[in-house]
Design a protein around this ligand. Structure first.
Ligand code: PEP
Ligand code: MN
Length: 338
């Protein structure tokens, strides 16, 4: 249920509504837009039928939300959400945000070299995993806290915001000390205790679509984070499992317009995991920008042959720079910039 307030509704009227509804066991989320303030209610809908919100002072209309996701939905918020990362980066605005870097943080030296090159090519966020969700327990698992320290130091040195994966609710405090964005990977998209834990912070969350998750599943997972009070969520399409074996995953480009229609949250595409082959990354990235994505996440490695993870899908810095140049015209054609 959403309550749209009159344009001259006062703070006292808003407080009166939220106090009444909270007594019924409902959580009220007040969203102050440029023109209108609206209140979204989460909890047992039956409780709301017990009070005629329509007659409360300041209320213009009461709208039932039919979709299972509420706070995430366009019904709750018409305008696109813009998620700020650090002081300079805005995801969901006209400029398409590019996050790039190696799959894993491997050393200070390697990361610094790559960070300088991706920044020069136009990326604004540095990625690098320190805790890696590997299919095999015998594969490289990431550098842990040491990797986080390197990521943070390089980000500061080069002037890039940072994003890294978190796999466990117990890592929230540690990762929060070092990175600007929590990345929740495909394998943890439905780790509900992790979603709730990051929902209680005020740091942006980058939520990747699960390997076998529908778009609705992705939005329901985002709802967990928003329902805890953290509205700074960025969604990411990174390919799903299908019967196709020519590529590592099947990048679902449809997810971009579908998510943009159903939700106000920004949508980023990861063509690296989406294809699994460096030779296909540029085509997929171009398609994503043409489809209207708000950002890209791309794996870049100075020497993919030696990469400790995902070398096959990593672009060399020179190919990344070429791609960034090509994307300019496509972005412009769809009313964006990069
Ligand atoms: C990654 O970004 O390196 C990663 C592990 O991604 P995903 O969770 O999409 O597989
Ligand atoms: Mn990877």
């Amino acid at each position: 249920m959403i309550v749209v307030l009159k344009s001259d509704a006062t703070e006292e009227q808003i407080r009166h509504i939220t106090e009444k509804t909270e007594k019924l066991g409902l959580k009220a989320h007040v969203s102050r837009g440029v023109e209108r303030t609206i209140i979204g209610f989460i909890g047992p809908e039956d409780a709301l039928r017990m009070i005629p919100l329509e007659v409360f002072p300041g209320v213009e209309s009461v709208i039932p939300v039919l979709s299972p996701f509420k706070l995430v939905s366009r019904e709750f918020k018409k305008q696109d959400s813009i998620v700020k990362i650090g002081p300079h980066v805005k995801v969901g605005d006209k400029k398409i945000v590019v996050m790039a870097g190696p799959c894993s943080v491997e050393s200070h030296e390697n990361l610094l070299a790559v960070a300088k090159k991706i920044k020069k090519a136009g990326a604004t966020v540095l990625r690098g995993g320190a805790f890696k969700p590997r299919t095999s327990p015998y594969d490289f698992q990431g550098m842990g806290e040491e990797g986080l320290k390197i990521l943070s130091a390089v980000g500061k040195e080069v002037g890039l915001a940072t994003i890294t994966e978190i796999m466990d609710p117990r890592q929230v405090e540690l990762v929060a000390q070092y990175a600007d964005v929590f990345q929740i990977g495909a394998r943890n998209m439905q780790n509900f205790s992790l979603l709730r834990e990051v929902g209680q912070t005020r740091k942006p969350v980058f939520l990747k679509r699960g390997l076998s998750a529908t778009i609705k599943d992705l939005l329901m997972s985002a709802e967990y984070i928003l329902s805890e009070g953290n509205f700074d969520v960025i969604l990411c399409e990174r390919g799903i499992r299908t019967f196709e074996t020519a590529t590592r995953n099947t990048l679902d480009i449809n997810a971009v317009p579908v998510v943009k229609k159903l939700s106000h949250l920004p949508m980023v595409v990861d063509p690296s995991h989406g294809t699994g082959h460096w030779g296909y990354v540029a085509s997929a990235a171009r398609a994503a920008v043409a489809a209207g994505c708000d950002g890209l996440m791309i794996e870049v490695h100075d020497n993919p042959e030696e990469a400790l993870s995902d070398g096959a899908q990593s672009l060399k810095p020179e190919n990344f720079a070429t791609l960034m140049n090509e994307l300019k015209a496509i972005a412009q054609a769809v009313g964006r910039e990069i």
